[in-house]
Structure formats: C-alpha cells, structure tokens
Design a protein around this ligand. Sequence first.
Ligand SMILES: Cc1cc2nc3c(=O)[nH]c(=O)nc-3n(C[C@H](O)[C@H](O)[C@H](O)COP(=O)(O)O)c2cc1C
Ligand code: SF4
Length: 458
Amino acid sequence: MSGLNIVIPSQPIPDLAAYLDQGGGIGLETARRFGPDATIEEITASGLRGRGGGGFPTGAKWASIRRSGGGRHFVVANGAEGEPATFKDRVLMMADPYRVIEGLAIAAFAVDAKDVYLATKASFVDVVARLRSAVLEMEQNGMLGGLSVTIVEGPDEYLFGEEKALLEVIEGREPLPRQLPPWQHGLFATVPMGWESATAPGTDPPVSNPTLINNVETLASVTHILERGASWYRELGTVDSPGTITVTIVGDVVHPGVHEVEMGTTLSTVLEMCGGPLEGRKFKAALSGVSNPVLAAKDFDVPLTYEDFKARGSGLGAAGFVIYDETRDMVSVAREVSRFLSVESCGQCPPCKQGSLGITEHLVNIESGSGSDDDLGQMNRLLRTVNDANRCYLGTEEQVSVSSILRTFPEDFARRLDGIATGRGDVLIPLIKDIAADGTVTYDERHAKKRPDWTFED
Ligand SMILES: Cc1cc2nc3c(=O)[nH]c(=O)nc-3n(C[C@H](O)[C@H](O)[C@H](O)COP(=O)(O)O)c2cc1C
Ligand code: SF4
C-alpha cells in the first residue's frame, strides 16, 4: 500500500482508543450538530460519488431516501467486494473498520434509519472478525447512540454485491436480484412487486421501507468529509470526481497492489507505482473488473475519473484493474470474462443466462481454432440481446465487456479464425483472495470449477 493515506491509513488502526486519538468520532458529532438536512447538503457539496462501481452522487441518493415515505428507512454498507480485480474494500475494512462504521452511523442519522446492516462475505474470515470487534467497541463506548448494527455474512456469489440481491440475502434468501430497486422495495418491504394481489382487508398497510445502500469506501469517505469539510474534500481530485480513490492493480505488472491516489491521477502513474510491465514486455490492455469496456494500452494515460474513463469509451467502475501484456490473447480474455459472467448469472432472465452461455460457447470455438465466421455472426446476435429485459446489470456487463474486446482487438479474433494461436490462453479472472505486502497475489482458482448452476466440479 502506498500513495495517499486518507481513506486507508498507513498503519492499521489497532483499537477504538487509537481511532478516537486520530479524530475518530468528530464526523458523527458534526452531523448531529448540523442536523440531517445540512449533513446531506455537506455530502452533496463535497461532490462525493459512490465507489461501488457506478459513481452515483452520494448526496443525491441520500436526499431521495430521506424524502421517501412508505415505512421505515434502512441503511446497508456494501462490503461484499465481489468484482474481479478488486481488493481495496478488504484492505480498508481491515485497516480502519471504525471509519466505515462511523460513516454508516452518519448515513443512518441523515436518512433517519434506526437499523443498519454491514454486509460482507462469510469467507472473508479476518474481515468479519475485525468488523465484529470494532462494532462491539463502538457500541460499548456509546458513540453509536443506540443504533442497531447487524453484520451480515453473505455467500461468495458475484451477485451478492448487487444491491437488489444483497437485500434478498439480508432477508435470508439466495442472492437473486429482486424486481424493484432498494428505494422502491427496501428491506422487509411488504408492498406488492407487481404480481401479488392487494393486501387483504384488516391487515397492516403495505410498506416499501426505502433502503440506502453504499459501498464501504463511500462511507469511509463520508466520515472524512464530515470531519474536515466539503471544501477540504474538493481540494482533492477534479470538479466532477473529487477526493481520493483506492485502486487495485493485478495481472501483468511487477508489483500488484492497492494504492490510494487523488482522483485525476493517471492510470499509467499508478502502474508505475506497481513497477510497470514485467521485464521485456509491453502492456496490451486493462479490464476494469468485468463490468466495463476494455481499455487499450494506448489509453493508459487516462486520468482516474468517471468522466475521463467515459470519454475514452470505458468506465472507472470500482477501480480494480487486471492488466494484460502483449503475451496475452484477447480471445482468451473475452472467453474467460464471458465464462465468469455466464456462470455467475442467476438465470432469472433467460436472455442473460442463455445468451451469456451461448456467447461463451462461440468464444471457446473460436479460441480452439475450430471457429468460423458463423460463430462470430451468432455471437454478435446474442450480444445484441443478452441484456434484454434484465433485472440487473450483469447482462449489460457481458454485452459491453465482450463486444468491446471484439471491437478493440479484431486482429486477435481474425488470427484465431485463421487457426493461428496468437498468445497465452492461461487467463484467470482475478478473484482475489489476498495480496501480500510483497505483491504476491493469491487468487480463488476454485471458480474455474464452478458450474452454471453454482455447484462445483470435484
Ligand atoms: C453484478 C454486480 C455486482 C456488484 N458487486 C458489488 C460489490 O461487490 N460491492 C459494491 O460495493 N457494489 C457492488 N455492486 C454495485 C451495487 O449494486 C451498488 O450500486 C453499490 O453498492 C452502491 O454503492 P455506492 O453508491 O456507494 O457506489 C455490484 C453491481 C452489480 C451489477
Ligand atoms: S440479468 Fe442475469 S444475473 Fe441479473 S437477475 Fe437477470 S439473469 Fe440474474
């Protein structure tokens, strides 16, 4: 970890006493002094945008939940961290869980929620333990003022991090995205989703319980903003993307790792912090998770902002990048992205599950050298419809990532169709288990054995 140390401290905060010594608690006190409306105005003035992948303005999200009627309000911190190539949320939750929990309490105060949930994966054993002990310390200290904080230990499925699936898991079900968004059908809502019959006479009126969901890095940033002020925050980053961002880099670099940098820092600067390409190699491409169009190496001078990535035809996402060098075959990269998404698709929307499985089959044919122009044509047809009438964004992720690789690296596909192997096919979608201080990355290789019905080969 190097770069700035604002959201992620240079040394882990050992306990609550150390946290309070370093200004912990000031953010929540400030929010209570401001009152809910002025707290939301401060977050809006800071320009903070959600770090979970979409970059949605945080203040606007909070204001809309606060204004919503329809029952009780809830807040959920999203620490599921399922996007391939991201590790920053685990680094943050281990280094400073207190600021995440304080940010959650500030959000609850602002949107008038009495119950909050902090959702992470059961398999992140150390993170769960760290969060539990931090919540206990903060409750015993009384600083949370009676707020009920529940730690949720969710499954490893990619969809668990999707907000509508996250709510299903909190309610005790599988991570299958529900129909309506969290502000229309929040936690424990009883309003009909569209197909149920109206409430029977004599029963309680249905409630929608609008629910706010924010990524854990977003919430840690909130604490800093309330502590130091929106204008301090705006001194960092750019006009449209203020503040800092924690970037994960894995793949073909000398020293993979997590770096917090000012927004607007170029991707190539962060790649230099990672030691650059392996000896004698040149960069070829970067994928921002599996949710955004591929970025070719000629665009690595792009500043890390939502607007600059969009202008280059890509997306910043959760700033987790897998870097590929010139030894890699982009047909194999496309096949692996598509395989990952087709396996993780839950199957509630046939165009998504069937389409992504079909696209993967065509890519396997092309990669094996037995593909034809017919594979390309059929794949392009499926790419057009894979996100038809879908409940969540996963089908669109398949569409934008695979079609962008086809568009950006047509020569790799042409050579494969001519039966020429162009590069290494040993591509792993980087589900990260750990990044050690020396840059050694441990991946979750088990995913290669995951079947489309979410069972595993022996
Ligand atoms: C398939 C899928 C997986 C997602 N996984 C995560 C995740 O692991 N962590 C996360 O914070 N957001 C994830 N998101 C985004 C969330 O749905 C949601 O937008 C985010 O938590 C909102 O927080 P923010 O406004 O602070 O960014 C995912 C979205 C999709 C479509
Ligand atoms: S779009 Fe895909 S992953 Fe999302 S709900 Fe539909 S089938 Fe499931």
